[in-house]
Design a protein around this ligand. Structure first.
Ligand SMILES: *[C@@H]1O[C@H](CO)[C@@H](O)[C@H](O)[C@H]1NC(C)=O
Ligand SMILES: *[C@@H]1O[C@H](CO)[C@@H](O)[C@H](O)[C@H]1NC(C)=O
Ligand SMILES: *[C@@H]1O[C@H](CO)[C@@H](O)[C@H](O)[C@H]1NC(C)=O
Ligand SMILES: *[C@@H]1O[C@H](CO)[C@@H](O)[C@H](O)[C@H]1NC(C)=O
Ligand SMILES: *[C@@H]1O[C@H](CO)[C@@H](O)[C@H](O)[C@H]1NC(C)=O
Ligand SMILES: *[C@@H]1O[C@H](CO)[C@@H](O)[C@H](O)[C@H]1NC(C)=O
Ligand SMILES: *[C@@H]1O[C@H](CO)[C@@H](O)[C@H](O)[C@H]1NC(C)=O
Ligand SMILES: *[C@@H]1O[C@H](CO)[C@@H](O)[C@H](O)[C@H]1NC(C)=O
Length: 369
């Protein structure tokens, strides 16, 4: 029962946790952004520049192509021998997914073992937790994270995929127990009122001291959750059809991979969520005292893309196509740049190019304020 209640409140908390810009205009699908600040950020605020990158919601932005295109999926195994491929503050990301594999949206990271190569996500009483997002999107594919979770009540470790229209697939680890993992999924941010899609998987060997591989095998027709290569659960798309609408409530839009360590057991969190997470955080915990932070450790993340539409040599991105029906977004491959402010300077040269470049720089400068 508690699990059911608490899963329902987990998502709003996750979102509230990261909202920092309270002064900007808010946006949603019925009240999209104005053309002066066309992009609706993942937190529901209008703006320019990095509001138009990861998490920018096309349905709530000024037009379907206000958000920058989503960098296309690449097969890869990301390891963490150093943090050079991680931009430590996502505010400064310019959309170049060739330059960085990950951005830190919030909080702090560390490299725990310079020879072994492990990424630690840190939680302190003041940093409010840490979240990384991949710069590339997965539009179906198999994603595996090899990680060690936290082991402290109120501290949640998570490995998820999240789309710009809030299709979401989760592995979550409430910290009070280190023998279980929880799987969940959401379609377009809708929290079912009559059931939960969350399930608990028990019997793992200590998730804090042992690495396990947690896999999200997300295919167009079915979603399988695996631990150490063993399937735990399969959700068929056909089984998610809402009888009232005939629409499959199944994640089906390009998604970023996110890794996080977040504080659920703190003042201001809904009681059900605190309970689900294992109570209030004990900031006097000996582990916290010894290390100076709580942590979760990631050894690697591997991605094998499933290309439903075949990319060609010039494919760079996914775009949402104009569609009147937001319940069935149309996604296409594209050769458009994912970079901020890239379009105006392409193909210009000489004096004309310089003038255009200066105007673009000036506009970029103005947009900062
Ligand atoms: C959308 O945003 C508008 C303006 O902020 C607000 O009045 C409205 O309640 C919001 N609608 C939803 C469904 O959240
Ligand atoms: C993107 O980053 C790569 C790698 O750092 C670099 O070679 C490339 O020039 C950058 N692209 C642009 C358009 O800045
Ligand atoms: C990232 O940079 C922005 C702008 O300078 C700043 O407000 C924010 O606090 C920084 N975030 C972190 C986690 O350091
Ligand atoms: C650091 O990495 C090496 C090589 O993977 C490993 O043998 C060693 O146990 C690690 N040390 C710590 C403190 O985790
Ligand atoms: C996890 O996956 C890696 C890479 O595929 C593999 O080498 C390793 O044996 C796996 N570990 C476990 C515990 O399944
Ligand atoms: C890729 O772009 C090049 C350069 O513009 C063009 O010549 C080529 O036809 C394009 N290839 C495809 C498959 O679109
Ligand atoms: C959507 O329609 C607008 C207006 O017709 C057009 O300018 C834009 O390029 C279209 N976007 C996409 C992604 O098709
Ligand atoms: C980019 O895509 C457009 C629309 O699909 C196509 O017309 C154009 O030829 C493509 N350009 C390159 C360089 O591939």
């Amino acid at each position: 029962m508690y699990r059911h209640t608490s899963l329902l409140v987990t998502i709003p908390i996750l979102v509230a946790w990261l909202v920092s810009t309270a002064s900007a205009t808010s946006c949603n699908a019925t009240s999209p952004c104005p053309s002066s600040a066309p992009c609706c950020s993942e937190f529901g605020f209008c703006g320019n520049d990095n509001f138009c990158l990861g998490g920018c919601n096309p349905f709530a932005s000024n037009s379907m192509d206000s958000c920058r295109p989503n960098p296309v999926c690449h097969d890869a195994t990301y390891t963490f021998t150093d943090n050079s491929r991680i931009l430590s503050n996502s505010t400064y990301f310019d959309g170049n997914a060739t330059e960085y594999d990950w951005v830190v949206d919030k909080g702090n990271i560390m490299n725990t073992n310079s020879s072994g190569g492990e990424l630690a996500l840190l939680l302190t009483q003041t940093n409010g937790g840490t979240r990384l997002s991949s710069t590339r999107y997965v539009y179906y594919g198999t994603v595996t994270a090899k990680l060690k979770t936290g082991r402290w009540g109120g501290v949640v470790t998570a490995f998820i995929t999240m789309s710009d229209v809030k299709d979401e697939i989760d592995w979550e680890f409430p910290g009070a127990t280190t023998t279980q993992a929880q799987s969940n999924y959401f379609w377009q941010g809708v929290i079912p009122t009559d059931h939960t899609n969350g399930q608990t998987h028990n019997g793992l060997s200590d998730t804090f001291s042992s690495y396990h591989n947690y896999t999200i095998d997300w295919q167009p027709d079915a979603l399988t959750f695996l631990i150490d290569g063993n399937a735990q659960r399969t959700v068929k798309k056909s089984d998610t059809i809402d009888p009232k609408t005939g629409i499959a409530n199944y994640p089906s839009t390009p998604s970023r991979i996110q890794l996080s360590l977040w504080p659920a057991g703190i003042d201001g969190t809904a009681p059900g969520t605190v309970q689900w997470a294992g109570g209030m955080i004990n900031w006097d915990d000996p582990d916290y005292k010894a290390a100076g932070h709580f942590y979760a450790t990631v050894k690697s993340v591997s991605v094998k893309c499933t290309n439903v539409q075949k990319p060609n040599v010039n494919t760079t991105s996914y775009i949402y196509q104009n569609s009147t029906d937001k319940t069935s977004p149309a996604v296409a491959l594209s050769n458009r740049s994912t970079l901020l402010n890239s379009a105006p300077v392409v193909g210009v040269s000489g004096m004309h190019g310089t003038v255009v470049g200066l105007v673009v720089l000036f506009l970029a400068f103005v947009h900062l304020f």
